[in-house]
Design a protein. Structure first.
Length: 204
């Protein structure tokens, strides 16, 4: 393939130097970052597998479900999921993580890069009790970089624009997708019912 850009020098032939933009990358969480995290109910976390392949996973909860412990540490509960524990296994092998925080209606995003560990420390577990249920574990992130990401990606996507929301019937139901991918003989309707019940009974 021609035109391959495989070094930073090659990339800079296409992309100009960011100049003063580099200064927005902080080594601590400033008051603005802390406020944003306190408003955020959703983030994506990126990790690396032992074979070098990247992985991104969503995390969500009540507004401010990620707790700011101090200027350089965050704590995040791990709630019931699919039990693949991809993210947690990756962290056990390579602790580097990248977090991308969203706030519904805001077009800015917050990026946080650091190193993480997973714990079941009782004090940490007790911080995140919901409806009498503790999380499965808690992730502690030591912040190395924090900076706000510009609005262009969300502006282009129109993610928060209700007029651009895609009708759900443009794709099969989640149950049908699972049925097809796993080659199950169970009717998709029953799978959908099971998924709905699980989401209701095992959200926390």
């Amino acid at each position: 393939m021609s035109g391959k850009l495989d070094t930073e020098e090659a990339l800079r032939t296409v992309y100009p130097d960011p100049g003063q933009t580099r200064g927005k990358v902080l080594s601590v969480l400033d008051p603005h970052a802390k406020t944003f995290i306190g408003l955020s109910p959703f983030l994506c976390i990126g990790t690396s597998r032992p074979d070098g392949l990247g992985d991104v996973s969503p995390r969500g909860g009540e507004q401010g479900f990620v707790h700011v412990l101090d200027d350089t540490h965050l704590a995040m509960p791990d709630r019931p999921g699919n039990n693949l524990i991809d993210t947690l296994s990756n962290i056990a092998e390579s602790p580097s993580v990248g977090l991308l925080f969203f706030v519904p209606g805001f077009e800015e995003m917050l990026r946080v890069n650091g190193v993480a560990e997973v714990t079941t420390d009782p004090e940490m577990m007790d911080r995140f009790v919901v409806d009498g249920k503790k999380p499965r574990s808690v992730m502690i992130v030591e912040v190395r970089e924090a900076f706000f990401h510009c609005t262009k990606a969300l502006k282009r996507s129109g993610l928060w624009d209700a007029s651009k929301h895609v009708p759900r019937d443009r794709m099969p139901s989640f149950g049908q997708i699972i049925r097809d991918q796993l080659k199950l003989l169970v009717p998709a309707k029953l799978i959908d019912m099971g998924l709905k019940k699980d989401a209701k009974d095992n959200l926390y």
